[in-house]
Design a protein around this ligand. Structure first.
Ligand code: VGL
Ligand code: ZN
Length: 207
């Protein structure tokens, strides 16, 4: 099969908790939904990720004494930002946005399901070592090129893009199909980091 026929869309974490009214609302998060629904039609293969935490996950501020959301703590694998409880396994907040078209999705990679470790990237958990299996899956199917979209630009999108490049994939970011949380300029920093790592940027209208 030609490369062109393997064009793959990777949709990151378009879940209720990251959309309006959600526990970890990304400003304008819902706006990516119609853009992504149109994009899906233009791709041969669609993969989704789903943030999927057990109750009491170590990334939740509520799991730590005297900690508030958005404070940072030191853990074995470095620094961890503490979040409001979000994307709890089986909860409505963990479900995909009801208007997102998921029919074409071939595989859903769930992440963050180990209590002691967070996972922003859909390739490795936050220790930067434990693999999710996505690279193996893609290699197995001969998929070499990914077009990335979804939430949040400065966390799960950024780390998925950077680690995808590290794993040897060609990675494009669909610039009008991502939205970020933006903590102290983290969206602009993420865009710079993804560019320096070798990601291509493209507008959805050009696909
Ligand atoms: C995310 C923070 C915590 C994301 C997930 O999807 O970007 N951010 N969990
Ligand atoms: Zn999370």
């Amino acid at each position: 099969m030609s490369n062109q026929a393997m064009k793959t869309l990777l949709i990151i974490d378009v879940q209720n908790d990251f959309c309006s009214g959600g526990a970890l609302e990304v400003p304008g998060g819902d706006q990516v939904v119609p853009v992504i629904n149109e994009l899906i039609e233009k791709f041969d293969h669609v993969i989704q990720t789903q943030d999927w935490h057990p109750e009491g996950h170590s990334s939740f501020a509520s799991s730590h004494k005297n900690k508030e959301p958005f404070e940072t703590i030191k853990v074995d694998y470095g620094e961890q930002i503490l979040w409001p409880d979000h994307c709890v396994q089986g909860s409505r907040g963990a479900e995909f946005h009801p208007e997102l078209n998921t029919h074409k999705t071939e595989v859903i990679i769930r992440k963050g399901f180990r209590k002691a470790i967070d996972s922003y990237s859909t390739f490795y958990e936050n220790d930067q070592q434990t693999k999710t299996g996505l690279a193996g899956y893609l290699n197995n199917r001969g998929i070499t090129e990914l077009y990335t979209c979804g939430l949040a630009t400065d966390f799960c999108v950024k780390w998925s893009v950077i680690d995808g490049l590290k794993e040897g994939f060609t990675v494009h970011v669909i610039e009008d199909a991502i939205k970020g949380i933006d903590i102290d300029g983290s969206v602009n920093a993420a865009l710079d980091e993804m560019k320096s790592a070798g990601a291509g940027f493209i507008a959805s209208g050009r696909l």
